[in-house]
Design a protein around this ligand. Structure first.
Ligand code: ZN
Length: 82
């Protein structure tokens, strides 16, 4: 019984990793399940721990959250700059 539960958890984890890889490969612009190119996106939620955007694919009824992190800054204007 216990082994079956662990197996399901492990299979789910592997499946989620595969979906995440597909999402990252497409920069989060496609549904990772059916590859629909026009999933519905929400306004990004900016928090201290990251930026999160809810995404929903009406084609296959899958929902997920895109997670964004800071990769740099640009267009800096400051009187302290040389
Ligand atoms: Zn889909």
């Amino acid at each position: 019984m216990k082994n079956d539960e662990n197996n399901v958890v492990s299979l789910r984890k592997k499946a989620l990793e595969r979906l995440e890889d597909r999402c990252l490969a497409k920069q989060g612009t496609q549904c990772p399940v059916c590859m629909n190119e026009t999933p519905e996106t929400s306004i990004p939620d900016v928090t201290e721990s990251g930026v999160y955007m809810d995404v929903y694919c009406s084609n296959c009824d899958t929902s997920w959250q895109n997670v964004y992190s800071l990769t740099g800054i640009q267009s800096v204007e400051s009187p302290t700059l040389p």
